[in-house]
Write a protein that binds this ligand. Structure first.
Ligand code: BGC
Length: 741
């Protein structure tokens, strides 16, 4: 990669700042796909106890005030969940393996209380390595240069490697270090551990927790140090402690390796497996750091995006791709949750974000990961069936907020009951994957999802007049209209899903694939599906305006200039929900999702008309909004507007002062930013399987060049856009990784 690209992989915190610690924790999240760890401080913060019990209510996540202003540790294994009395299933915050706390001459180090200078914390997104260094001017007069490094290994996905070194630059005295695994913590204030067992012996400690849904999680840590002999911190102690008297100029180093697994792993997890992992890892951290860096290098080789002439955009796209790659895994029993396993908001639930925002990145760079994410929907079809039954329908209805078994976990009735478009979005994702890859086996395996979701729709629509079908009582993507009839987005996606289902059944007949159970073979059912697809009200007006839903123009004006003077606040936080629900204020792109998803169905004039109509009402309170608008403005050649909205999306996680990723990374926006660069500015028109994509680039004027990687039919390709022209060339993996100037 170029030096500019490498430089823009460094995400830095250059001074301790109480106001941004938590945003950094989220942004600095590390992970292997299997295991994720927020970027908390090794020693924690005395002012931010993690064991505080409270009841988080199922409020609107977008506008609620987070409980922990300073810090929230987070360790997550996708799929390990607990059951919350109000929030329903939630991803459990597991015991914190980071814990490493130094004291000098009896003074315990704490960022808030100790004299800390020359502070620098850096996440190197090229290698996934997080480092921190600072000088601690102790009360005793001694100055200790403290340095930390850590990874969640992409090469050994269940392993965390930490090193610490303490150099005494001035003075002399006693350094004491405690280390261990902190199991006294909560998830959203709730204690999900029905069993906790902890023990320690010389140089090692272990923890077992059982969650209230029956998963057992095992953690084992080992300490290695030429200078410190770690022993249990007292008789029967559960943690480790060591101390030494340091001479002036001396450096004390240590390595802590922690391995984590769970009973839901294919091999059942357990301490024996952890011991094998730790034995195999050895005692030397350097080769572990090196193999992790090599694994990240390989990942970037197929996905890196390079922008010449815009350092901030380069950093933002690196941030997005880093977090998408961090989340990439090969376990179809889970997808990627709304916060990309980097925070407790949205409780680890899976949304439409997967199919609409994340899928394109994976589909075009790592199709095997796209398949894993969609396979999650195939595996959770039984849950979708249960949802349909729960609402009184046959067939399958995907959950607005899916739990690991596919059942509805959304704690708010508005969304759970009405945001039904997700069921069609799932089919959209499946279809997009099939068209791009030609993976017939996957389409065959998806037939049940297609047919059963179609069956749900056929029972959910309402015959308003001969040949005219209505879909009433829904919420579209814009969550600021709580309940409406004939949301244009939902109806169009449902019609598309029905058409895809019929096409797939036609193909199944031709190929001799066995038909899934249910109504697929029934000719009358197929005819109804075709009739509904053709006759579902779309609210597309002859003048090109897509009316968001029936009667949208009768909703009240929000009068933003008087009702919302301070635009640094979310609109949703300055208006009552009661008022919001009856105005035209939009939370996010809704009708405009249609030209975003089906660009060739809409003329430029129609895109223009809809942007002019909806943008003034759009608050972008949702992080899923700005990228869509940016892409549409790019299409119209309006570079200024496109870039302004792109910048807004860039800042969603990187504006630390504004909160950024404090509650977790906005992973849908990460996928959206990739789309804004590749499909928007890069102008890529994705191709059907076996064909080459086209490019109609519109780079922002200050971008000198754009390069990105694609996987086409299993072969890595490099796209270079410069001087208005695009070139596409196959490249070896190494050439891909090394740039292509
Ligand atoms: C948005 C949804 C999105 C969810 C999770 C909400 O604020 O309105 O569209 O799926 O966040 O990212």
């Amino acid at each position: 990669m170029t030096q500019d690209w490498l430089d823009a992989c460094l995400l830095e915190e250059t001074a301790p700042n109480a106001a941004t610690t938590k945003a950094c924790e989220g942004a600095f999240t590390q992970g292997s796909g299997t295991l994720h760890l927020r970027g908390s401080l090794e020693e924690g913060l005395l002012a931010a106890p993690q064991n505080e019990a409270y009841m988080r209510l199922p409020a609107n996540v977008t506008i609620e005030k987070p409980r922990h202003p300073r810090s929230k540790c987070g360790t997550y294994l996708p799929g390990v969940t607990g059951s919350h009395p109000l929030l329903r299933e939630e991803l459990v915050n597991l015991p914190n393996p980071l814990w490493l706390a130094p004291s000098f001459e009896g003074e315990r180090y704490d960022l808030d209380r100790c004299d800390t200078r020359n502070y620098r914390r850096v996440l190197d997104m090229a290698t996934g390595e997080l480092t921190r260094s600072f000088r601690w001017h102790t009360r005793s007069g001694a100055v200790l240069h403290c340095r930390y490094r850590r990874i969640v290994s992409k090469a050994r996905p269940n392993l965390i490697v930490q090193t610490a070194s303490y150099t005494l630059e001035t003075g002399a005295g006693r350094l004491a270090v405690t280390a261990g695994i902190d199991a006294d913590l909560r998830t959203n204030g709730y204690d999900h551990f029905s069993r906790v067992e902890q023990s320690a012996e010389a140089g090692a400690c272990q923890t077992l927790v059982e969650t209230d849904t029956g998963d057992t999680v095992y953690l084992a840590a080992r300490m290695h140090s030429p200078h410190l002999a770690f022993v249990p911190d007292g008789p029967g102690g559960k943690h480790l402690a060591a101390e030494t008297v340091m001479a002036p100029g001396q450096t004390v180093t240590l390595t802590k390796l922690t391995a984590i697994n769970a009973s839901r792993d294919a091999d059942g997890g357990g301490f024996e497996a952890l011991a094998r992992l730790l034995n195999g890892a050895g005692e030397d951290a350097e080769p572990l750091f090196a193999e992790n860096a090599a694994a990240w290098h390989d990942l970037w080789a197929g996905c890196a995006v390079e922008i010449e002439g815009d350092t901030e955009a380069q950093r933002a796209i690196n941030f997005s791709v880093y977090h998408l790659l961090r989340c990439a895994h090969s376990d179809p029993r889970v997808a990627v949750c709304a916060k990309g396993f980097s925070g407790e908001a949205y409780f680890g639930h899976f949304f439409w974000d997967t199919e609409i925002y994340l899928l394109p990145f994976f589909l075009h760079t790592r199709p095997e990961t796209a398949k894993t994410l969609l396979s999650f929907r195939l595996l959770t079809l039984p849950g979708a069936r249960k949802n349909a039954r729960a609402y009184g329908y046959p067939g399958a209805r995907y959950a607005w907020e899916s739990g690991v078994d596919g059942t509805e976990q959304c704690p708010n009735w508005q969304y759970a009951d009405h945001e039904v478009h997700v069921t069609a979005d799932v089919v959209y994702g499946i279809w997009r994957y099939w068209r791009a890859t030609g993976d017939e086996a996957f389409l065959r395996d998806s037939l049940s999802v297609l047919v059963e979701t179609a069956d749900y729709w056929l029972h959910r629509v309402y015959p308003a007049a001969p040949g005219v079908w209505h879909l009433n009582g829904v919420m579209g993507p814009d969550e600021y209209i709580c309940l409406c009839n004939n949301n244009a987005y939902t109806n169009t996606l449902v019609a598309f899903a029905l058409e895809c289902t019929l096409e797939a059944l036609h193909l199944a007949g031709k190929m001799g694939w066995p038909l899934p159970r249910g109504p697929a073979a029934d000719e009358a059912w197929r005819q109804k599906a075709a009739a509904v697809a053709a006759g579902l009200a779309r609210n597309h007006r002859p003048d090109g305006l897509i009316l968001q839903c029936d009667g949208f123009d009768d909703y009240e004006e929000p009068h933003f200039s008087t009702t919302w003077p301070d635009r640094t606040k979310l609109w949703g936080s300055v208006v009552s929900q009661e008022k919001n629900y009856r105005t035209k204020a939009l939370k996010q792109a809704d009708a405009l999702m249609l030209p975003f998803l089906f660009p060739d169905r809409y003329s430029d004039a129609s895109v223009r008309k809809n942007l002019d109509y909806y943008l003034p009402y759009t608050t972008h309170d949702s992080s899923l909004s700005a990228v869509v608008h940016s892409i549409l403005f790019t299409r119209l050649g309006e570079a200024g507007q496109a870039y302004t909205l792109f910048e807004r999306a860039m800042n969603i996680d990187l504006d630390f002062a504004g909160g950024g990723a404090a509650e977790g990374v906005h992973i849908a926006n990460c996928g959206g930013l990739w789309q804004a660069v590749v499909l928007g500015f890069g102008g890529m028109v994705p191709a059907e399987a076996g064909q080459a994509p086209e490019f109609h680039p519109h780079l922002p004027p200050h971008w000198r060049a754009l390069r990105f990687r694609l996987n086409l039919g299993g072969t890595p390709h490099l796209v270079t856009i410069r001087d208005g022209a695009a070139t596409l060339e196959p490249c070896s993996r190494d050439a891909t990784a090394d740039g292509g100037n």
